[in-house]
Design a protein. Structure first.
Length: 263
């Protein structure tokens, strides 16, 4: 059974501590793939929920000190019960506050996955990168940057962009699926972190391969959605994207997938 099929069977609970801009889209995206989203932020309950979830997503898109404290509590609670935690350092490098806050969270929580663009990850490593809003890039090759992040932060690292790279320092995959219109819809990057959490929650046997499959699945949805919506526009594309996440079948996945081991 493919991992995306198993998600529909298991319906894992994904605890998302994400930003206010993308909450609705993230919840709908998780429902589309068959997972069960919960959005909870209060310090009084995040530990309880994180411990019973299939995965925990921490996304700093609209951070504040109280939320960060709650994220640390949730992350540490998840660590105690072996729940995989995914960090999306949205906009790291754009301000000192974002960068230092992300470093604090990385130092206090053990992460299964760090998922960011090249500029965000470069900023966390003190490398040169460019941040524009919450988007970013770097001059370093993604695989080099990802391996350095794995070494420094001791977590599987996913760097997304025109192509995606995922590595645990030993296995490295490159994924070439996706479409530029995915960057025209607010929340596609943030939803990805939640989707990867859902993939990990039901298939922990080979995490790097599981994440590569998740990245390919997500990118394929972007490609097929473009084919369906290209003559109508971005609004229709967003709707089509959710529909494809919900309806993708094995034949489509096998036809479109473009990922390979590069080391």
């Amino acid at each position: 059974m493919y991992t995306f099929e198993k998600i529909k069977v298991d319906q894992p609970l994904i605890h998302c501590m994400t930003n206010v801009v993308v909450t609705n889209f993230t919840a709908n995206g998780l429902l589309a793939i068959g997972a069960s989203p919960v959005m909870a932020y209060a310090k009084e309950e995040v530990q309880d929920l994180a411990q019973i979830a299939g995965a925990l997503l921490l996304n700093i898109g609209t951070l504040n000190n109280e939320q960060v404290d709650a994220m640390v509590l949730a992350g540490q609670a998840a660590n105690k019960t072996g729940v995989p935690v995914i960090l999306d350092p949205v906009g790291a490098g754009a301000t000192a506050y974002r960068t230092e806050t992300t470093k604090r969270i990385l130092s206090e929580v053990n992460f299964a996955v760090l998922r960011g663009n090249g500029g965000e990850v470069a900023a966390l490593l003190g490398e040169s990168g460019m941040i524009k809003g919450v988007d970013g890039s770097t001059t370093l090759p993604k695989d080099v940057l990802a391996k350095k992040a794995k070494e420094i932060f001791n977590t599987i690292t996913v760097i997304t962009g025109e192509t995606d790279v995922v590595t645990d320092g030993e296995q490295t995959y490159e994924i070439a699926n996706g479409h530029p219109w995915m960057t025209k819809v607010v929340g596609t990057g943030c939803l990805l972190g939640a989707v990867l959490g859902a993939f990990l929650s039901v298939n922990k046997e080979n995490p790097v391969q599981t994440l590569a499959e998740g990245l390919a699945f997500y990118g394929i949805a972007g490609e097929i959605a473009y084919e369906q919506a290209k003559d109508k526009g971005i609004g229709t594309y967003q709707e089509a994207f959710l529909n494809v996440l919900h309806q993708m079948n094995v034949e489509q996945y096998e036809q479109y997938k473009k990922f390979s081991i590069i080391e």
